[in-house]
Structures are given as structure tokens and as C-alpha cells.
Design a protein around this ligand. Structure first.
Ligand code: NAP
Length: 332
């Protein structure tokens, strides 16, 4: 395993981190995740993965519960991060959320407590003041944000709290953060925790046609707004998407690695990224994903991938919200 500093904090996190949404939320991910939760978390710990991410929202707290149980008495050997939902970012409610997360996880501290999505109903000063209090009490070690764009970073988080990281979607076919967010995080010393590095399976080459992609995984702005459950009004770029995926598959074949390995290795190679957060439901998936840690892409390959994915980057633009667009975008 390789480790990197998370922003300017003292945390040294594994370049591949464990996304625990997949355990404890069968409504989204389908059945089967729970049965192997203990085995996949144990395999991750044995492989040196030391950063585990969950949220109060995942499976209504079930992800936290299962993660805590699976970590068991090895919890102190790793970093545990959770997230508070925006509606609970209010004085009083934040403390309640934090304490409930600690209880579900079976721990008395979080290494990183993150704002899951920007909040606008309560005053930033008061909310971050409560974060600071939780920090003083030792309930949280560090404060992070997630899905924060330039405006929310500058006007809110960075003004009021010693934030160390921004957890945000980043992968070969979703490069929106490269326009403004990534450079801003680098300038302010925030580590990027990249979520959806496999685009929930698309970048593992799992599906060749839109129709085969599970409904909940085809709600992003890559897909037409006519698809079920989408929350944007855009046309999507389905043809370009599958053309790009085909190109990535060919590069992977040429490099002699799987498409998933190539995709993860590309995110790991991006400057500013502290850790690549991948979701695995089975130990075999984890094993396969760990292979990316040992892959060092040649500069020509990175250039080739950048060029290949440039049209889709341009098409989707600087809006870093995967699901909502225009005035409805939550990342500003
Ligand atoms: N802050 C936020 O707003 C936010 C949003 C999304 C995610 N996250 C975090 O990021 C973590 C990662 O999840 P994600 O949604 O970002 O998705 P992801 O990691 O891009 O994809 C995970 C899914 O890809 C499939 N997969 C994994 N490894 C594979 C392999 N080697 N070959 C083929 N398929 C493979 C699995 O699908 P199957 O289960 O179908 O096998 C898995 O559930 C989450 O657990 C969560 O902690 C945060």
C-alpha cells in the first residue's frame, strides 16, 4: 500500500480508501453486500487500507453500523470518516448527528467529520463553531467537506473552519473538478478524496449499452433526462459516453491491465488527489482494485487518456454535480 498526507493534516491515508456506502444500502446497490461486509472490510485492513468512509445517510445509518461491526477491535488501527447530511448542519442537530454516528459506529471519535453536501439554511459561523466544539471535546479529529464548489469553499467553509479535505466525484469520464475546484483545493491545501472513481461500474466495462446499466446508476448527467429517475434537464451524451468507454477499454488492453485498474490508476496519478475512494462489495473486487496501487502509468498513457476523455470533459463542463444541472446544481 502507498500512503499520502490528507491535505495539510497529520493523517497519512492509503491511496486507495474504502467507501462503505456499498455495505448496508441494498436499496441502492442491490442485495448481497451485507453478507460479505465483514470479509471485505477485513481484507481491506489486511491489505493496508487505512481510511474508511461512511455517512449517516447511507442506508439510514446501516452502513455506519455494519462498518463499525466489521472494524471491531481493529478500529483504532485505521481512520474512520463519516458525513453529516446538510439538513442536520444546524446548531444542536449537528451534535445529535455526530453522537448518533459515533454510537452506530461503536467508537468514541471520528478521524474526519465531513459536511456531506453544502448547507444554506443555517449560518456557517454557528455550524462550524459547533464542529470546533466537537473537535475540542475529542469527538472529531478533523473537519472536512464534500461536494463543495468554489463559492461554498471560499464564502463558507474556508472562512470558518480549518477544513482539510473536499470529497468529490472525479474519474476519467467526469473531470469537472479540473476547471476550478481542484486548483482551488490545491491552493488552499485541501486534500481531494475522489469518489466514484469507477463511475459505479461503468469504468470497469460492466455494461455496453445504456439499457443494461442499473436504473439508479444511469441518473447522472451523462444520460439523457428522458431516462427514469434523472433530476437534470440535459440531453446527456450517451453516444459519446460509450465511444469514450470503448477508447478507454482499448488503452487498458494495450497496457495489459483491466479497465478498472487503468481507471483507478489514472485518478491516483492526478496531482492534488490524496485518496481514491472505491466501493467494493466482495473481497474479489477489492483484490482486483488493489492492483491499481502497484500500477504507475507512463506519462504518454496519461496524456493519451486525457486526450481521449477531453470531449466528454468539455461536454459536461465545470458543473461538478453529477446529478443536477443549471440553477439546480448543488455544487457552486
Ligand atoms: N460524498 C458523496 O456525495 C459521495 C457520493 C458517492 C459515493 N461516495 C463514496 O464513495 C464510495 C465509492 O462509491 P461510488 O458510488 O463512488 O462508486 P465506485 O467506487 O465508482 O463504484 C463502486 C461499484 O463499482 C463496482 N465495482 C467495484 N470494483 C469493481 C471491479 N473491480 N470490477 C467491476 N465492478 C466493480 C461495484 O458494483 P456492484 O456492487 O454492482 O458489484 C461497486 O459497488 C462510496 O462507498 C462512498 O463512500 C461519496
Amino acid at each position: 500500500m502507498k500512503y499520502r498526507k490528507l491535505g495539510e493534516s497529520e493523517l497519512k491515508v492509503s491511496v486507495l480508501s474504502f467507501g462503505a456506502w456499498q455495505i448496508g444500502d441494498p436499496n441502492y446497490w442491490g442485495p448481497g453486500g451485507d453478507a460479505e461486509a465483514d470479509a471485505v472490510v477485513k481484507a481491506a485492513m489486511d491489505a493496508g487500507v487505512n481510511f474508511y468512509d461512511t455517512a449517516e445517510a447511507y442506508g439510514g445509518g446501516e452502513s455506519e453500523r455494519q462498518l463499525g461491526k466489521a472494524l471491531g477491535d481493529r478500529r483504532k488501527d485505521v481512520y474512520v470518516a463519516s458525513k453529516v447530511s446538510p439538513e442536520n448542519c444546524a446548531p444542536g442537530k449537528l451534535r445529535q448527528s455526530c453522537e448518533a454516528s459515533l454510537q452506530r459506529l461503536g467508537t468514541d471519535y471520528l478521524d474526519l467529520y465531513q459536511v456531506h453536501w453544502p448547507f444554506h439554511d443555517a449560518g456557517a459561523e454557528e455550524v462550524y463553531g459547533e464542529f470546533a466544539q466537537l473537535q475540542e471535546e475529542g469527538k472529531i479529529r478533523y473537519i472536512g467537506v464534500s461536494n463543495f464548489g468554489p463559492t461554498d469553499l471560499l464564502r463558507s467553509a474556508l472562512q470558518h473552519a480549518p477544513v482539510i479535505s473536499n470529497q468529490i466525484g472525479y474519474n476519467l469520464i467526469f473531470r469537472a473538478i479540473e476547471y476550478e475546484i481542484l486548483p482551488m483545493c490545491q491552493r488552499h491545501g485541501l486534500g481531494i478524496l475522489a469518489y466514484m472513481p469507477l463511475m459505479q461500474g461503468l469504468l470497469a466495462g460492466r455494461w455496453g449499452r445504456v439499457e443494461d446499466v442499473p436504473v439508479v446508476r444511469r441518473r447522472t448527467r451523462h444520460f439523457a433526462s428522458s431516462r427514469e429517475q434523472t433530476r437534470h434537464q440535459e440531453d446527456g451524451c450517451e453516444q459519446l459516453l460509450f465511444k469514450t468507454l470503448g477508447g478507454i477499454a482499448r488503452v487498458a488492453e494495450h497496457e495489459g491491465v483491466t479497465m478498472a485498474t487503468l481507471s483507478l490508476a489514472w485518478v491516483m496519478a492526478r496531482p492534488g488527489v490524496s485518496s481514491v475512494m472505491v466501493g467494493c462489495r466482495r473481497p474479489e473486487q477489492l483484490e482486483r482494485n488493489l492492483a491499481a496501487v502497484g500500477v504507475k502509468l507512463r506519462p504518454e498513457t496519461i496524456k493519451q487518456l486525457d486526450k481521449l476523455t477531453h470531449p466528454i470533459k468539455e461536454h459536461l463542463g465545470a458543473n461538478a454535480d453529477l446529478w443536477q444541472a443549471g440553477e439546480e446544481s448543488r455544487i457552486r
